[in-house]
Design a protein around this ligand. Sequence first.
Ligand SMILES: *Cc1c(COP(=O)(O)O)cnc(C)c1O
Length: 403
Amino acid sequence: MNRIASATHVAPGEAPGLETLLVHGGTTRSGFGETSEALFLNSGFVYDSAEAAEARFKGEAGGFIYSRYANPTVDMFEKRMAMIEGAEAARGTASGMAAVTAALLCQLRAGDHVVASRALFGSCLYVIEDLLPRYGVPCTLVDGTDLAQWKAAVRPETKVFFLETPTNPTLEVLDLQAIADIAHDAGARLVVDNVFATPLGQRPMHHGADVVVYSATKHIDGQGRCLGGVILASEEFVATELKDFYRHTGPSLSPFNAWVMLKGLETLALRVERQCASAARIADFLSGQPGIVRVIYPGRDDHPQADVVRRQMAFGGPMIAFEVEGGKTGAFKVANALQIIKISNNLGDAKSLVTHPATTTHQRLTPEARAALGITDGMLRLSIGLEDPRDLERDLARGLASL
Ligand SMILES: *Cc1c(COP(=O)(O)O)cnc(C)c1O
């Protein structure tokens, strides 16, 4: 059985709904006609003849060559992700950071310049601020909500704008279309890390983004099992920038992890809708509690960028940030008193998780840098899971009662 016997059954033109794509998109069946996606746990492939191998290497014949380049299970995951994102092409990666690093490095050369929003996931900040300059690519960090700063940062050699929205951990929402317009006027591409919004909450490509990256480790797996990531872009971007970089530097996604991600995508809509509904309810609950200084939730009318949220997001998302009285001591008391919500720097899990950014994910920053980002010592970040929201509210009330 050395060839794929049947292909995707979601035909273009039928415009299937998102939930249908999440279950069926990109599925390819082997000759055995298996129901669930097959796990092709192999590194290499064999050829019927030396001529066939030559033709495949020359690109004259289709087919798989080596799992660092492509693998049937990874290919299904990539096709499904491209379909739900509305992108032409996708490449699976070993982690979210492999996706971010490959998406940037593949298109940058010494002498280029990057503009990025300052409020970034810690490892993304390392890549932008520490790693790229080592290879002759300086960057300018801006306050992402201030469009004038994006404009002012542009240089003739600016090639890439990079941002996350909502931001981590302060959940600021950046105006994708406005920033994409500034990037394109400057002849630069906009790369968006869309983890916090999830693929259901926001389609950056509909708002001008050229490249979208995910840590699939988060909501796409959604059950705390595997690392993975994905880069979504046009066929042209993959052909001219990403393809060779990806093949020869090896950030590839393992077939096993791709298979877990495929199964995760089947339930993504159910999980994320439930998480967002619970998050919206819990954000409202928290805002009325004693001991709370501030609640930041993109779905609330009091969010500083509520108008941008309405324009570009389908919902407020599964993440909440809140600040408690008493600074670090207060935040630690609350986190330590929680029984259902676990202390973890991860997010997007079925289990609700709480993080104290100032001492964990953003510990590396100076106090001044944290202050500039609005990360106070009393701030906690919540990733809402799939528990009964009433239990989560009781847990948070228990935490706040410890103050
Ligand atoms: C987790 C995360 C990443 C990195 O993903 P990994 O899978 O852990 O490598 C990048 N960006 C954001 C916004 C994240 O939350």
